[in-house]
Design a protein around this ligand. Structure first.
Ligand code: NDP
Length: 443
């Protein structure tokens, strides 16, 4: 058994109930073995055992009062995974499915993703099983204030800088920031994804979706193809999906699907971005409402979009939303590219199947890194008390995505796995964190 297999076995024994975390850790550790072979000193330093164990996990009670005057209690988490490269950085997820396994998988992914951006950011993730869907603004505000009443002790501009994720958008970040300021009496760059009137960065809202499409363009150019005229199936209808739709359509692609957890919409005329924004951002409605004003569009209840014919699939909703059956359908329908906008949306067997069948596959930790990269740019602007233009931030985002593509491609090639971006992104992200951890001693 090699070093990575031994650590995977230890994790399986120690964290039996953490299936998502084991899935993410196994995928990463399996692919980095060639780098471990090249660096025997890593094993002597227990480097991989330390990499997969979060530096700190905080779990706390979040009591709040609903609009009926009833006390509700949720569970809050912050997983401070790795600070070798900089202050902890990663989103806050508000969704009923949130548990430690999901946050540990996200924190580990985030550690390597942040490394790939080359910006000085460590990895973290947090959240709660609170569901903002169907809650009033006042309820969301009271929850956020209670959540921050504990989180405030553990974060700071040089310690840990949380951001948005599923269920945490501009409204939630605003309430969290207001509460932080009240508790500390300090206006600090302690959260990213802030509103433009109070320290947010232009292009942050768009960054993850735009960045994923910039990454896709690199893949297409590698194969001497162009995005113009390509048919794209996208899942999700949230922040990442919306701006992936926008950028892909701006560049001449034909996006035919979007979805939420209840079903998907197929629009043969191309998804109407403005209508999507109206339903999801303004009305906070369900995606099925889209078909009311789009006669040719069809809504498919309780189904996922992967059976639709497309050249490119971009899963942008949640983990494990594209499984082996879906992968088979995509291949049978001629899809040639899969780009993960969400974190780990493709199951391990589906990823293997796609790659074996000639699909050029981009893992989320590379393709969706534009969000956290632009959060890093928001932090830089806050520290300098400056506000860059949309074009300036978008140009930097574009450069960062091109560089991430290049480092994943080059690392895969260097280790004899040319064209395998899963392998390349894991190795490139890992080596930088490993180097910093080795330099900092056993800690
Ligand atoms: P949002 O909350 O804005 O949107 C999430 C979307 O995914 C919604 O359409 C939601 O539908 C759908 N969804 C959530 N859970 C499920 C589920 N169990 N099954 C099917 N659909 C589901 O989140 P984001 O767009 O911000 O995040 C999407 C993904 O991208 C996540 O994996 C996140 O970690 C990742 N990501 C986000 C970044 C960002 O900057 N926002 C950065 C990097 C990665 P419904 O309304 O029905 O719940």
């Amino acid at each position: 058994m090699n070093y990575s297999q031994r650590v995977i076995k230890q994790l399986q024994e120690r964290y039996k109930d953490e299936s998502e975390f084991i899935q993410a850790a196994s995928e990463i550790l399996t692919t980095i073995q060639p780098a471990l072979d090249a660096h025997p000193e890593y094993e002597r330093a227990g480097l991989v055992e330390r990499l997969v164990e979060p530096e700190r996990i905080i779990i706390f009670r979040v009591p709040w009062v609903d609009d009926e005057g009833k006390v509700q209690v949720n569970r809050g988490y912050r997983v401070q995974f790795n600070s070798a490269l900089g202050p902890y950085k990663g989103g806050i997820r508000l969704h009923p499915s949130v548990n430690l396994s999901i946050l540990k998988f996200l924190g580990l992914e985030q550690t390597l993703k942040n490394s790939l951006t080359t910006l000085p950011m460590g990895g973290a993730k947090g959240g709660s099983d609170f569901d903002p869907k169907g809650k009033s603004d006042s309820e969301v505000m009271r929850f956020c204030q209670s959540f921050m009443a504990e989180l405030v002790r553990h974060i700071g501009p040089d310690t840990d800088v949380p951001a948005g994720d599923i269920g945490t958008g501009a409204r939630e970040i605003g309430y969290l920031f207001g509460a932080y300021k009240k508790f500390t009496n300090k206006w600090q760059s302690v959260l990213t994804g802030k509103g433009l009137s109070y320290g947010g960065s232009l292009a942050r809202t768009e960054a993850t979706g735009f960045g994923a499409v910039y990454f896709l363009e690199n893949m297409l150019h590698q194969k001497n193809e162009d995005i113009k005229g390509k048919t794209i199936a996208i899942s999700g209808a949230g922040n990442v999906a919306q701006y992936a739709v926008k950028k892909a359509e701006e560049l001449g692609a034909h996006v035919v699907t979007v979805s939420d957890s209840n079903g998907y919409v197929y629009d043969p005329n191309g998804v109407d971005f403005d209508a999507l924004v109206q339903i999801k951002q303004v009305e906070r409605g369900r995606i099925k409402e889209y078909v009311k004003d789009h006669r040719d569009a069809q809504y498919h209840e309780n189904e996922r979009p992967w059976g639709e014919k497309c050249d490119i699939a971009m899963p942008c909703a949640t983990q494990n939303e594209l499984d082996l059956d879906d992968a088979r359908k995509l291949v049978a329908n001629g899809a040639k590219y899969v780009v993960e906008g969400a974190n780990m949306p493709t199951t391990t067997d589906a990823t293997e199947y796609l790659q074996k069948n000639g699909v050029f596959f981009a893992p989320g930790k590379a393709a969706n890194a534009g969000g956290v990269a632009t959060s890093g740019l928001e932090m830089s602007q806050n520290h300098e008390h400056l506000s860059w233009s949309f074009e300036e931030v978008d140009d930097k985002l574009h450069d960062i995505m091109n560089n991430i593509y290049k480092s994943a491609w080059d690392a895969a090639k260097q280790y004899g796995h040319e064209g395998d971006l899963v392998f390349g992104a894991n190795i490139a992200g890992f080596l930088k964190v490993a180097d910093a951890m080795m330099a900092q001693g056993i800690c």
